[in-house]
Design a protein around this ligand. Structure first.
Ligand code: AR6
Length: 173
């Protein structure tokens, strides 16, 4: 399992993988953060395809092409807004990872990269989110079998990466 999961610090829009995951909003309208960066790099065709999809409820995921990105596809998922932790946030966040991996599995994508969903504008505590990201991903890979062979947690800061590495170490020890 350890060799299928990696943690990197960097810009997810630069990754050449079968799919990158976008931390989107329920309207699937271009926003800020990683969403803004992905739309900027992909070009206007991405917003056009998102507009046709029409939206995505929190916890679910939708697939589009990657257009001008080096990634071939984008899986848009909508993380929960942090409201203190008692409004179902952990279950919604886990659903984002599970549903994104499920799409990658069904599509036969060998490689997928996640940003730290909900930990920016949506305010989810980064350490708690990393623990859910890693645990849910490992469970989904074991349950589904096959693809994706490689999952990258692409963090925007060294601190974010440290949270993911710590979560990996604590589960795999
Ligand atoms: N590559 C990798 N990670 C990034 C990048 C990048 N280029 N840019 C930012 N991050 P956020 P959210 C990190 O705010 O909290 C948008 O407006 C960032 O440092 O992008 O789920 C949407 O439209 C943080 O660790 O997403 C929604 O309205 C992580 O990505 C809302 O924000 C997620 O931060 C979603 O908020």
């Amino acid at each position: 399992m350890r060799d299928r999961l990696s943690v990197v610090v960097g810009d997810i829009t630069k990754l050449e993988v079968d799919a990158i995951v976008n931390a989107a909003n329920e309207q699937l309208l271009r926003g800020g953060g990683v969403d803004g960066a992905i739309h900027r790099a992909a070009g206007p065709e991405l917003q056009e395809e998102c507009r046709k999809i029409g939206g995505c409820p929190t916890g679910e995921a939708r697939l589009t092409k990657g257009y001008r990105l080096p990634a071939r596809h984008v899986i848009h998922t909508v993380g929960p807004v942090w409201r203190g932790g008692n409004a179902g946030e952990p279950d919604f966040l886990a659903a984002c990872y599970r549903n994104s991996i499920s799409i990658a599995n069904a599509q036969g994508f060998a490689s997928i990269a996640f940003p730290a969903i909900s930990t920016g504008i949506y305010g989810y505590p980064a350490d708690e989110a990393a623990a859910i990201a890693v645990k849910t991903t490992m469970d989904a890979l074991l349950e589904l079998g096959g693809d994706p062979e490689k999952v990258i947690f692409c963090c925007f800061s060294e601190e974010g990466a440290a949270h993911h590495r710590a979560a990996l170490d604590s589960i795999l020890q």
